[in-house]
Design a protein around this ligand. Structure first.
Ligand SMILES: Nc1nc2c(ncn2[C@@H]2O[C@H](COP(=O)(O)OP(=O)(O)OP(=O)(O)O)[C@@H](O)[C@H]2O)c(=O)[nH]1
Ligand SMILES: [Mg+2]
Length: 278
């Protein structure tokens, strides 16, 4: 499944982000802790690199903690500043603020050396759609300043927010790249609700989810859906889940579409366990 998804507003958003990068000290790039490598947007990072880049593995509450530690270690090894966070309750927020300060330090030092007052650091919050940029900001500010939502494409224009005396944040709209060529990456991004729902087939995404559950969380299939025999084709397991959930059409045949929607939603809400995909 190759995915083409580049809504009109992203062209304008990309241009704005590129113009604004000159004004910021730190580019804070949010990634989904469940698949940080799959949601790295090379185009966005080309822009972000013009500033000091810091990675945030957001939604860590939904990810497998052992995998999150691995991903953080791996990004650190590549020389990046990185930490994980849960923006629904602020856990990990202090680590992120410390990284922002670390990234800003050389520039602040330069201002001090020139005898100038060190101004608040300007941080641009960037990333693919629905990754939690606005939620992250609201969480740091402690009140709802930026609009959020459980579907991609909520933030449209730019928005500056002063979090504390020493940091100002700029929220930005989520940016995708025009075409996802790698099949598995497309499936992951669809499952994580990063691409718009019109761009993918829920059936294909569900089969991928079942493959992942077999591999990473067989106990979910066994305990939640009472599937005892896992050595079956993914389609058959999907049908069994449908039967267990009692998803039936009027004539009595299985309502597979309903099951697909349900299990994808369950995954997104973390109801199938803390599963990392990369
Ligand atoms: N569980 C969990 N959910 C989160 C977290 N951060 C954000 N969310 C949820 O993710 C969804 C998207 O959040 P937004 O803040 O609107 O995402 P965004 O990156 O600003 O999205 P766009 O503006 O559309 O690009 C919302 O349903 C949030 O509640 C997190 O750390 N943990
Ligand atoms: Mg937003």
């Amino acid at each position: 499944m190759s995915i083409n998804w580049y809504p009109g507003h992203m062209v304008k958003a990309r241009r704005e982000i590129e113009e604004n990068i000159k004004l910021v000290d730190v580019a804070l790039v949010l990634l989904d802790a469940r698949a940080p490598f799959s949601c790295r947007n090379q185009d966005l990072e080309r822009i972000a690199r013009k500033s000091k880049m810091v990675f945030v593995l957001n939604k860590r509450d939904l990810a497998d903690p052992a995998m999150t530690r691995k991903y953080v270690a791996s990004l650190k090894k590549q020389g990046h500043l990185v930490a994980a966070m849960d923006s629904t309750n602020g856990k990990g927020g202090a680590d992120i603020l410390a990284l922002i300060q670390e990234a800003y330090q050389p520039k602040a030092q330069l201002m001090q050396d020139k005898g100038r007052r060190v101004r608040a650091s300007r941080v641009m919050v960037m990333g693919v759609p629905n990754i939690g940029k606005s939620t992250f900001l609201n969480c740091l500010v402690g009140k709802k300043m930026a609009r959020t939502g459980a579907k991609p494409g909520i933030t449209r224009g730019k928005q500056w927010v002063r979090v504390r005396e020493d940091i100002e944040f700029l929220d930005t709209p989520g940016l995708m790249w025009p075409k996802i060529d790698i099949e598995e990456q497309g499936l992951k991004l669809a499952l994580l609700n990063i691409v718009g729902e019109k761009a993918y087939s829920e059936y294909e995404v569900s089969l991928y989810l079942i493959r992942m559950l077999k591999e990473k969380a067989p106990q979910t299939l066994q305990n939640k859906f009472m599937i005892n025999e896992l050595n079956l084709p993914d389609e058959e397991i999907l049908a069994q889940i449908s039967r267990k959930l009692g998803h039936l059409l009027k004539g009595g045949s299985l309502d597979i579409d309903k099951t697909c929607t349900a299990i994808i939603q369950d995954f997104r809400k973390g109801k199938l366990g803390r599963i990392s995909l990369d």
